[in-house]
Design a protein around this ligand. Sequence first.
Ligand code: ATP
Ligand code: MN
Length: 460
Amino acid sequence: MKRIKELLQTEERDIEIELKGWIRTKRDSKDLIFLEINDGSTLKGLQIILDKKLISEEIQHDLGTGASVSVSGILVDSPAKGQSVELQGKSLILLGNAPAMDYPLQKKKHSFEFLREIAHLRPRTNTFGALARVRNALSFAIHQFFQQRGFLYIHTPIITGSDAEGAGQMFQVTTLDINAPARDSNGKVNYNEDFFGKKAHLTVSGQLQAENYACALGNVYTFGPTFRAENSKTTRHLAEFWMVEPEMAFCDLDGDQDMADDFINYLLNYILKHCPEDLEFFNQWILKGTMENLQSVAETPFERISYTQAMKALEKAPFDFQFKPHWGCDLQTEHERYLTEQWIKGPVIVSDYPREIKAFYMKQNEDGKTVRAMDVLVPRLGEIIGGSQREEDLDKLKLRMNQMDLDTQEYNWYLDLRRYGTVPHAGFGLGFERLIQYVTGLQNIRDVIPFPRAVGTIKF
Ligand code: ATP
Ligand code: MN
């Protein structure tokens, strides 16, 4: 069985073809039926022409949008505009009908809100079909990028016993009876009785474990699901998302930024080359100009500025932000968007953030105020990558952990990297769904993952 993607490219004609797929549209003339079939292999469907005499009236009636069919016929040049070939049907088997009275996907434009309610059927639309192909291609490109550069793919754990980063935004994992958990003599929940003998959570990042492997094997990466109990209904946060995290030994912040820049450029070039039709679809229906924009971004190195420079630019902005920026504050999305959309007019890497707003493991600068952190910001979205050079000095790291009230005992395994053969190292995390939003122009992060999990949302 050949798929439509292949059939649209083949030079062969007058060959016998068997095709299986779902009907997108049906038209009738006096003697003929015209079906457009989509099989998911590509955006375009294939037109099938059938003589009504070949098909019983009952089945003719059932050949509506959404029905699945198997058709045999001859592939011929198409006289119709906009398609190279069509199928002269010789026989058709109706595999499953889709009664028009209740099939939710009719041939009209549906809103994204509506489609989210039927996320189990939305892959049958052009948008979500294109999206699935783009996600697939970029996943492959991510592995290819790192594999070509000798990085090892490391499977870091999903369940974690450490709760350093974002303790508040972690999901707890437990087998305790939540109505009657085991309690100690003080009446507190006794986690010794829990499955792991201590409190456990879903991971918010594979970084700490990736560092362990980088500091033995050189360059590594993880690419896996990540969980954050973000209680916010933004269009850029999910509770379950996918993150790509490279970690490189013998690498400083400059090397980290170079890698992030090369990585994004590689991915953009890859998707432009491998999914041009799907991107053209997004360009036409979702966000005009995306394709041109991706092309130009893919060719140019990112601008680089320091947080302090960014702050100066923000303070000089010709209007008031909702949140007034000042040195020491975290960059809000409105700030990030101003920097990328109006000041730099393109993606930008911001580095050397104030120590107080960043994680404990980031390498401290000589100035005693900032750390070797960097974020990649892009228009429309703000941050898509967050990274840093890691503190490799044991004493400085321990001091920082104490200042931040972190239990150094819990992190002995992490501190051992600094005790034995410590080396400069750096890495970053790319939010895969943010990348997909950037590439497709889709506004809501819930529409770039097959089955979104976000606060209050876990159907399917
Ligand atoms: P933000 O400030 O945008 O919430 P963050 O600084 O908390 O992000 P990091 O901890 O730096 O995020 O994570 C690395 C990357 O993971 C981010 O740059 C972003 O692309 C992505 N990311 C973070 N949180 C989420 C989320 N809840 N849903 C989807 N992607 C996310
Ligand atoms: Mn970040």
